[in-house]
Design a binder for this molecule. Structure first.
Ligand SMILES: Nc1ncnc2c1ncn2[C@@H]1O[C@H](COP(=O)(O)OP(=O)(O)OP(=O)(O)O)[C@@H](O)[C@H]1O
Ligand SMILES: [Mg+2]
Length: 507
């Protein structure tokens, strides 16, 4: 029994190394990490390369249509076989084990870094961002952008009126966030969630309070202002400090009580999530894992699935994604051209508006982003009303789109429109006969009438209903179908920008 098991293990090990050797034989014929390196081959002829991967991928399909076990699994496995480093975000409780299996299958288990509760890795995104001042990072602006992404997520869960006032609250939150971060850096040269929290809640609530000795003695905000004032500063930093001091000593206390309390509670409720339990343990101490490690081939799996950990899971994944994007933007791809992937299944749970901005430059940073979600309606619901432009901007920069079996009308309509219409010919024929025809024919007269013709029209190349009929996998064949649409591409002899593809399921 044991012998059989060890032989099986040896054979599977040999198969893995053979697959990798096969991959590298074709890859080494061209420069390593060349953009034309083939990752996937569809229908024995359509090649999907590193260049295609770095232009972004979106998989759509109803629940159970085969996204996770079909397109996402095949694409992720091709990245692993090609030696990419990367980041797997998780949504469902068994996602991490699925990705671990894929890594094992591709012979990449030794590169895996599992970021999970009670694990060995800790990552403080705020501090690591600040410590990279020399590399063009470390600006408080980056930390504020990171916190803004979290604010966006936490605001989604609160009904805050919308409309014009929505923009006001966002700006007000961002302003508080920026001033707290700036004051923290000026006074202590560090950023931590507890410090930001203490500054925000101890800021003066009226001009009278500002004069009180009792407030001065107990306010952390006041203490930071005094410390920041004492630090030697250049001309530009002096101006920054003046802005911060004006904000806390003039603007903030003069806001109406209601406005101030709404802004403060939005900010502190977001910080509160970061400041407690699991997420505090994992993300506010010393750092021993960083997104840059993916650039050396490490595979980071964030095992805090959103469905299990709720807001904590969402915040953790949003932070990881944000930091990976910034790390990729900072990298010199001439020196290190290894592609890095970000795979986010159930992407609507962790998508933020900044993703759309990153996606506009993802290709030049060699980041292969793969998003999968059920429908376009998921994104619209996540981004809120009037978000069509943002959703389409994001989708426009995810050039490869795999459309699986689908029953959402909006997504089917979108896919059909995207693929487009072409000139098609309809053949029609008709015949008519009246009651007198029988007798008329007996006397050799004309029998009824027949007409026929061909008409030209512009029709959908793939009709919205066609997406409902694609195979979803499962026994006995385990085959998943999709329509691959790729902007600016001409597939095979048809010369069309779309092609039907199939995946053998990986379950
Ligand atoms: N282990 C398994 N045994 C039998 N059938 C399976 C197994 N795993 C997946 N399937 C079937 O394969 C199909 C595709 O599953 P998959 O999880 O890839 O869908 P999905 O598009 O990712 O769905 P969701 O949006 O719910 O995540 C489903 O119909 C499912 O029933
Ligand atoms: Mg799935």
């Amino acid at each position: 029994m044991n012998m059989a098991r060890s032989m099986k293990a040896q054979i599977s090990q040999k198969l893995v190394s053979l697959r990798r050797r096969l991959f590298w034989n074709q890859a080494s014929a061209i420069t390593p990490w060349s953009l034309s390196t083939v990752l996937l081959k569809f229908n024995d002829g359509e090649l999907w390369t590193i260049q295609d991967a770095c232009q972004g991928t979106q998989c759509f399909g109803s629940t159970g249509s085969g996204k996770t076990t079909g397109s996402v699994a095949a694409i992720a496995e091709s990245f692993l076989l090609a030696g990419f480093g990367g980041l797997f975000l998780t949504a469902k409780p068994d996602d991490a084990s699925t990705y671990l299996r894929l890594c094992e299958k591709a012979g990449r288990s030794s590169d895996v870094m599992l970021f999970r509760p009670n694990g060995t890795y800790r990552f403080n995104p705020f501090d690591s961002e600040l410590k990279r001042r020399d590399a063009g990072a470390g600006l408080t602006h980056n930390v504020v952008a990171m916190l803004s992404a979290l604010l966006e997520v936490s605001e989604r869960n609160q009904a805050n009126g919308g409309g014009d006032s929505d923009g006001y609250w966002k700006r007000a939150n961002r302003q508080l966030c920026l001033n707290c971060v700036d004051l923290s850096v000026m006074a202590m040269d560090r950023i931590s969630v507890p410090d930001l929290y203490r500054i925000a809640i101890s800021a003066p609530t009226s001009l009278e309070q500002l004069q009180l000795d009792s407030w001065k003695a107990s306010s952390f905000c006041y203490q930071c202002l005094m410390d920041a004032d004492k630090v030697a500063k250049g001309a530009s930093r002096k101006l920054d400090f003046k802005l911060v001091a004006d904000y806390f000593c003039l603007e903030w206390p003069c806001l109406s009580d209601r406005t101030r309390s709404v802004v403060l509670s939005t900010f502190t409720s977001m910080l509160d999530v970061l400041n407690r339990g699991l997420i505090r343990d994992l993300m506010s101490g010393e750092t021993n894992i960083s997104p840059e490690m993916a650039q050396d081939g490490k595979i980071i799996i964030v095992d805090l699935p959103t469905m299990l950990f709720g807001e904590v899971g969402v915040f953790t994944q949003v932070l990881w994604k944000y930091c990976m994007q910034r790390a990729q933007e900072r990298r010199d791809v001439q020196q290190n051209p290894r592609p890095v992937f970000i795979v986010s299944d159930e992407s609507h749970l962790t998508v933020v508006k900044q993703d759309q901005v990153f996606q506009t430059t993802a290709r030049s940073t060699r980041t292969a982003v793969v998003y999968a979600t059920q429908s376009i309606s998921n994104y619209l619901a996540t981004f809120g009303s009037d978000s069509e432009a943002e959703v389409h901007s994001l989708l426009g920069n995810l050039q490869s789109k795999f459309f699986h079996q689908q029953s959402d009308i909006k997504t089917n309509q979108y896919a059909a429109e995207l693929i487009g219409r072409s000139r098609q010919y309809l053949i029609n024929a008709s015949s008519s006969k009246s009651d007198t025809d029988y007798f008329a024919s007996l006397f050799g007269q004309r029998q009824g009438q027949s007409t026929g013709g061909v008409s030209e029209c512009y029709e959908f190349e793939v009709h919205p209903n066609d997406f409902a009929m694609l195979r979803k996998g499962g026994p006995p064949h385990w085959i998943v179908d999709a329509i691959l649409y790729q902007g600016g591409r001409k597939f095979g002899p048809s010369g069309k920008s779309w092609v039907p593809v199939s995946f053998k399921q990986s379950v």
